[in-house]
Design a protein around this ligand. Structure first.
Ligand code: URA
Length: 435
């Protein structure tokens, strides 16, 4: 077999066999197929696409390029959740303990933030003492013991995807639905869950800007799951404005805790319930989504989900008292008000811009090696649909020190808001479900 023939076949619109795709991925992983041939192949896929069988075969080849996590020592049906990345997305912090309190084991590997998106691991580490590195044995024992553990992704999970993704990034081949779908699913499959619930974000702050593309991506990922025997559901949710009010690590932990207390923002609460309902059904603890939702609301009302959060934080070395006393979380020394530049109704909030603004304050990483400040970030005071008068506060900046750089961020936050005279309704949060 020769890489050049495989590239030519795809360039001419042919379908690749499992053997051809394995040859390509294995050869690339071992350094036998050079970047220039892989780039040419990725570009051919970009223009010609891949059918469902090819996409599943590529996914499995990439999953098998590294560790395949064995979660079989954990009792029960393990259900993972994955978000395609948004701004203010702290759902995993709520859903992990919430779903575990319903008897579905959550053995989750999460990532760190980069650029405008945050990462669950950074958020959790804003709780002093929290350990996101556990040995495989401790990880499994903790899930069997209390039902939930969340750790950082192992370095050797789908390494072929890591290499290919970096190549796609510099060869303008990221925006291909089969390549994105196989990239995401290869990591989820390698992470070992029996079933997967995907939160596909759509809108200004998301990877996929249109509902049509988001649905295509969701369908491609559900199809991969089906083909490789992992039950998969995908929910498409709006990312035309940040989720909840808080952007920034400790600020988001605080909002997640509020949600577990039952007093979180409506959008965040409903999205957590929707995703968690699918997880509870796939995990076999409820016969229908309605039954799952009732169970989840009761776990929030009764305080069982919050108690599970405390157990989880304590098990991983953090102080569980943060759940009752938010002042134990890092807090920024200064708060700067962002005034509305004009009167009217909020029509849109560019989520990506706010993610970048929070990053510039120090909440996120500009490069992989940037050091982050857990305390800083942004809390929104007005969201889409709300009325505001000129000069009223639309957002608060939580900052380490005041100065010109903060004023530049303030301007950026103002510009991220579209304020217009006409009244407007926010778009629905949950746009579509693919199963
Ligand atoms: N996220 C991934 O993990 N892979 C992609 O290809 C795009 C987004």
């Amino acid at each position: 077999m020769r890489a050049v023939d495989i590239i030519q076949k795809k360039r001419n619109g042919g379908s690749l066999t499992n053997e051809e795709l394995s040859f390509l991925i294995q050869g690339y992983s071992r350094g036998e197929i050079p970047d220039y041939q892989m780039s040419a192949w990725a570009m051919a896929v970009f223009f010609r696409g891949m059918n469902a069988g090819e996409t599943a075969a590529l996914t499995m080849a990439m999953a098998e390029s590294g560790d395949l996590v064995d979660l079989t020592p954990i009792r029960g049906i393990k259900v993972d959740k994955h978000s395609t990345g948004g701004v203010g997305d702290k759902t995993s912090l709520v859903i992990g303990p919430l779903v575990a309190s319903c008897g579905v084991p959550v053995a989750k590997m999460s990532g760190r933030g980069l650029g405008h998106t945050g990462g669950t691991i950074d958020k959790m580490e804003s709780m002093a003492g929290f350990r996101s590195e556990l040995s495989r044995e401790d990880f499994i024992a903790q899930v069997n013991d209390i039902g939930v553990a969340i750790i950082g992704q192992s370095g050797n999970l789908a390494p072929a995807d890591k290499k290919l993704y970096a190549l796609r990034d510099v060869t303008a081949t990221v925006e291909s639905i089969p390549l994105i779908a196989s990239s995401v699913m290869s990591k989820k499959i390698a992470a070992g869950a029996d079933a997967i619930v995907l939160d596909v974000k759509t809108g200004s702050g998301a990877f996929m800007k249109t509902l049509d593309d988001s649905e295509k991506l969701a369908m491609a990922m559900v199809e991969i799951g089906t083909q490789v025997g992992r039950r998969t559901a995908a929910l498409i949710s709006d990312m035309d404005q940040p989720l909840g009010f808080a952007i920034g690590n400790a600020l988001e932990v605080r909002e997640a805790i509020d949600t577990l207390h039952g007093r979180g923002p409506d959008d965040l609460t409903s999205l957590c319930i929707a995703l968690a309902s699918h997880m509870v059904v796939l995990g076999g603890q409820a016969g229908s989504l309605e039954e799952a939702e009732a169970m989840l609301r009761e776990k929030l009302r009764s305080g069982e989900a919050l108690a599970k959060f405390k157990q989880f934080v304590a098990a991983q070395g953090g102080n569980p008292d943060v759940a009752d006393d938010a002042t134990l979380l890092p807090q920024a020394p200064h708060i700067v008000e962002v005034p509305a530049p004009k009167s009217g109704h909020v029509h849109a909030i560019q989520a990506e811009e706010l993610g970048l603004a929070a990053m510039l304050l120090g909440a996120g990483r500009e490069t992989k090696d940037s050091v982050i400040d857990y305390a800083v970030g942004i809390t929104l005071q007005r969201k889409v649909g709300e009325e505001v008068r000129e000069g009223q506060t639309i957002a608060l900046l939580h900052v380490r020190e005041e100065g010109a750089a903060v004023q530049a961020v303030l301007k950026r936050v103002q510009e991220a808001y579209t304020i217009d005279e006409a009244a407007v309704l926010p778009s629905p949060l949950l746009l579509s479900i693919v199963t």
